[in-house]
Every structure is written in structure tokens, then in C-alpha cells.
Design a protein around this ligand. Sequence first.
Ligand code: FAD
Length: 440
Amino acid sequence: MTTKISNWGNYPIMEAEINDFSSIVEIDEILKTKKQFTIRGSGLSYGDASLAPHILSSKKYNKILKFDHEKGQITAESGTTLDEILKVIVPKGWFLPVTPGTKFITVGGAVAGDVHGKNHHGEGSFCHYVTELQVMMADGQLKMCSPQVIPELFKIICGGLGLSAIILSVQFQLKPIKTAYIHQKNIIADNLDEMLGKLQDFNSATYSVSWIDCLARGKRLGRGVIMLGEHATEEEVITKHLFKTHSQPVVKAPFYFPSFILNASTVRTFNYLFFNKHKIGSQDFVVHYDPYFYPLDFVKNWNKVYGRRGFLQYQFVIPFEQAAKGLRIILEAISKSGMGSFLTVLKALGKGENTLSFPMPGFTLALDFPVSDQIFTFLDKLDKMVIDLGGRIYLVKDARMAPEIYWKGYPNASLFKEQVGQLDPAHKFASALSNRLQMI
Ligand SMILES: Cc1cc2nc3c(=O)[nH]c(=O)nc-3n(C[C@H](O)[C@H](O)[C@H](O)COP(=O)(O)OP(=O)(O)OC[C@H]3O[C@@H](n4cnc5c(N)ncnc54)[C@H](O)[C@@H]3O)c2cc1C
């Protein structure tokens, strides 16, 4: 039986047959009976990375297999979510070494996307902390790999979007914490030069991310708020519950918002209010890890706000040397088009470590655009600017780029294709994304 399915952006929507598994025997069975499929975690990639006509879902393969709370090492089945892991590790004084902006992704998705967090500039991506992967290859063979054992396999599985192997379990190193709280400092930047200068000045902060008013123009272009964070000490926290974990989302978007709500003037008003709220608000405070790292998780299904046609998250990175010029050109084009995004996030990245890793030393900008008739042509234009500036588009967020943009942006695209071709010559593992971009 097939069902309609989409990832977080609600675009594209596909008809798919979905099979769950809760044991290795069940995966092996699917491997023998299905000609081609993709593996899916929580479906929190925005576009079509984990969509295909046949989907193997890891959601029931979600046990924590081992947790050494002396050494801070954990091993979990690939369908375990970061949310489930946080509930176990935080009370014992440990935190995730890297976390994206939602805690509901699976560890399999974290490895296959080689996801980054607010600490990428200093501490690298999730895979940097992975000490061992148990995987199943396309021919059913079970393998273990790590940065030391079969490192070439490790490097194409990390960030390899489920195209080289099925990740069964992940062992990784956690980060020690003294409390479950973050000491946050907000810094206002009134324009792009100030924003880039201050991001550089505060480069030694453990966590750093900026929100940008993407519709500001002229002297205000690139204005925004930099949010820095450090794990708080016992002395900084006024609570007895030093290791309190997060609660479940309390608010639910009740329905798909009608598209007329999302227009240039609502986006402009939202951005204006957001900027000014931060400008007059407290600049230095202690906050629980949940609102600092996962402000959007508070509203379940917030993706419905973008309406039934869905939305596209457009995330690119460009090298530092091109940042001042490149971000100005791109922000001017966005501001002029009026196709603004409610949430525009800017952050510095360090180097990528795996074959298809998205990060490179540079600035990454992520924007949300509701799907509209004009957006595709507009983003095609931005793609060309990004490529001319030596940048690339993030694959787990993408739903629409053309193959040549992928091939120009990822210097290891040919190596990836060649290595995946050797491991899986019949292309058992394929997704809508890999087909669209001719990745394998
Ligand atoms: C609100 C929000 C904020 C986000 N913030 C960030 C951020 O700050 N940084 C960042 O890097 N990303 C971010 N993301 C993107 C998200 O972290 C990644 O797309 C992640 O890969 C999603 O994991 P998932 O479990 O939902 O996997 P899915 O979306 O289901 O799949 C993602 C990819 O992983 C593959 N995969 C999944 N499980 C396995 C497995 N067991 N074996 C092999 N391959 C597998 C899939 O085939 C697919 O290619 C964000 C997403 C949302 C919705």
C-alpha cells in the first residue's frame, strides 16, 4: 500500500510504500525483496533527501544500546532521536557534542547528513564525534567502520545521505556539562559590515549564530542579532534542578495557514518586530538549553505556517574571502525581490571533513521561502551567484536545485559517484534527491 509523504518543507509530496524495521533480519529481508529504496529517519531534512517510491523507515529501530556515563560514550540504534538521547544523558551531566536546530532528528540522519550546529566554527560537525558505525552494505554484509577502521568507507557514509550503506548503530562521544543551562549574550549589529566584523570578533565563543532581517535595505542591509552561548556553570544558575531536561512541545500549529498571510508586508513586520524586540531586550542572561538550541521545537508542526504548498529552505555557504561582497549581492537580490523569509540565519562554518560534507570555511545563510510560482526561477538565479562565489547549497535542505549546481558546488561529487558505484553497483540505495542531482 502506498501513502503520500513529504519531508519537513512539505515539498515535494510523493507517493511511497513505507516499510518499518525493528531488527537486522527485517532489513535484510527488505534488501532481498526491494529493487531500490531509500532509508528515512525522522524526515526532518527539508526537501527530498529521504523520499523515494520505496522507503525503509528507521523509526522503530530506536534503542539506546550502551551508555557509559563515566566516559560519556553512547551507542544507539540509528532511529533513536536526539530528543530521546538528551533525556538520558543530561541528568548524568552530558550533552550532545553537536546539535542542529531541532532535537527530533535521528542519529542515523545526523550522521548521513553530517549535520552541523552553532559550534561548527570551533568544534566541527556531528560526525567528528562518531567513534564507530555499524552498517549494512547493499549486498547485506555487516561492517564496522570508524575514523581508524576502513576510514574511506566512514568518510562516504558520514554525509553520504544513505546512498552508500544503511547505518545500523552509532557510537559517539558526548560533551561534559556542569548544568543544563546556557549563558546567552545577544549582540546587535546595525548592518552587514558590523555583523561580519562582530561575528569575527566573537569567533572564540563556543556557540554563535545570527538572525538577519532579510528585507532590510540600504544602510540597514544585513542588520540582525548575534546570539552567543556558553554552557553555564553552577554559580550562574539559580535553580536546584541543575540537570533538568526539556519538556515536549506545548503549542501545535492547528492548520495550514492560508497563503495570503505570508506576503512581503507580514515578513517585513515580523522582521522589524523581531529586531527591535532584541534591541531593547536583555542582552545577557541564562537560559535552558531547549529554547537556546531548539526555539522552533516549541511549536509542533510549525511547518504548517507556510501553507499547503509547503516551503523551501535555501541554505548555502560561501568562502570567507567572498563573504562581504557575496552576502551583500545576495541579500540585496532577496530584499529587492520582496520574497523575504521569516527566519534568516547566518553563521560561520569551519572546514568539512567528509567526502560530501556541506561545511567549508565561510559563512552560511539559511532562508525559508514559501513555495510560490516565482520562487523557483528566483532561486535558480541565486544558485548561479552562490556558485560564482565559490559556494555550495546544503543537500539535506534542497528540493529543487539543478544537477549542474550540485556538480559545480561539491568538488568530490565524482569521487563519491565512483566509490558508491563500487559499493552498490545495482543502486539499491537511491532517493529522489540522488536521482534529481544524478549523484550516483
Ligand atoms: C527545524 C530544523 C532545524 C534544522 N537545523 C539544522 C542545523 O542547524 N544544522 C544542520 O546541519 N541541519 C539542520 N536541520 C536538518 C536536519 O538536521 C538534517 O536534515 C538531518 O539529516 C535530518 O535527520 P532525520 O533523522 O530527520 O533524517 P531524514 O530527513 O529522514 O533523512 C536525512 C538523510 O539521512 C539519510 N538517513 C537517515 N537515516 C539513515 C540511516 N539509518 N542510514 C543511512 N542513511 C540514513 C536519509 O536517506 C537522508 O538522505 C534542521 C532541520 C529542521 C527541521
